[in-house]
Design a protein around this ligand. Structure first.
Ligand code: HPA
Length: 289
């Protein structure tokens, strides 16, 4: 992309009217395909939840490339489609593939889909992710219910002109992750005999993993797991007034907590190991809400 083109793109992203118009266009496109049976819930299939799509009845699939304004995902293993599915007669949107800041996307681009979901009338967002485990007793392939997050180390996704049509300028962040959903996830995990952790997800920009010193810092301020997604999406969803649940698949012990160096292959391998529990947990959660 030429420098001029790049700057033009930046200007467009900062322009509130253009951004709102793109949200409307994307929402109209999606509703022209799914009709007026808009699901109440959207699930983001992070690492570990990939097989979820095969556990539900997928009725429509919309490539991100066809949705106006949607970026395409560059992460291997993230297919890049918005799926319409149903479980026990309940409709769902599944985001198969998400957009990360480390891919070079602006935060407004990473979270564009959340605004589109809100515009369509979606009320609940279920976020899943891969994360490095920090809490004592965590093992690779464990799961953690996210009860809160730390986003202080990164710029705010809400920086810039406020989108008043979605939410207020200064929003409370005391209850980002719905307490009822946390309790429900805990109960379902216990019914399914899944040992589960609960804790605070700390967001880092990536793509490099953290240093051991960074992990000591995060642990000291209460972080239970660390990862490179979820938080910008949760902040935007809370700005839109959505109810949020989030689950981390612990794919590795965070840097410095094991003797080994971190490898992306290990992350993928343990995400696959965690996926059966993660998919069952989310499936039963969806059936119960
Ligand atoms: N750090 C950040 N992101 C991650 C990690 C980690 O250790 N594991 C999976 N995603």
């Amino acid at each position: 992309m030429s420098n001029l083109c790049f700057r033009k793109k930046m200007v467009i992203l900062m322009n509130k009217e253009e951004y709102l118009k793109s949200i409307d266009e994307a929402a109209s496109y999606v509703s022209s395909i799914v009709g007026n049976e808009i699901p109440e819930t959207c699930i983001v299939l992070g690492s570990g939840l990939g097989p979820f799509a095969s556990m539900v009845n997928v009725t429509k699939s919309i490539p991100y490339a066809d949705i106006p304004g949607f970026p395409t995902t560059t992460v291997i293993g993230h297919s890049g489609e918005l799926l319409l599915a149903d479980v026990d007669g309940k409709k769902l949107f599944l985001m198969s593939g998400r957009f990360h800041y480390y891919e070079g996307n602006e935060l407004s681009v990473c979270t564009f889909y959340v605004r589109v979901m809100s515009k369509l009338g979606v009320k609940n967002l279920v976020l899943t992710n891969a994360a490095g485990g920090i809490l004592d007793g965590m093992k690779p392939a464990d799961l953690m219910i996210v009860t809160d997050h730390i986003s202080l180390f990164c710029e705010s996704v809400l920086r810039g002109p406020n989108l008043d049509e979605f939410g207020a300028r200064f929003i409370d962040q005391s209850f980002v992750y719905d307490k009822g959903y946390v309790d429900l996830l805990k109960k379902i995990a216990s019914d399914l005999n899944i040992d589960i952790h609960e804790g605070v997800y700390c967001y880092t920009k990536g793509p490099q993993y953290e240093t051991p010193a960074e992990i000591r810092l995060i642990k000291a301020v209460g972080g239970g797991a660390v990862g490179m997604s979820t938080v910008p999406e949760a902040i935007v969803a809370s700005h839109c007034g959505m109810k949020i649940a989030a689950i981390s698949c612990i794919t590795n012990l965070a840097a410095g907590l094991s003797k080994e160096a971190l490898k992306h292959e290990e992350v993928l391998e343990n995400a696959a190991k965690a996926s059966e529990n993660c998919c069952n947990l989310v499936l039963n959660f969806i059936k119960s809400i």
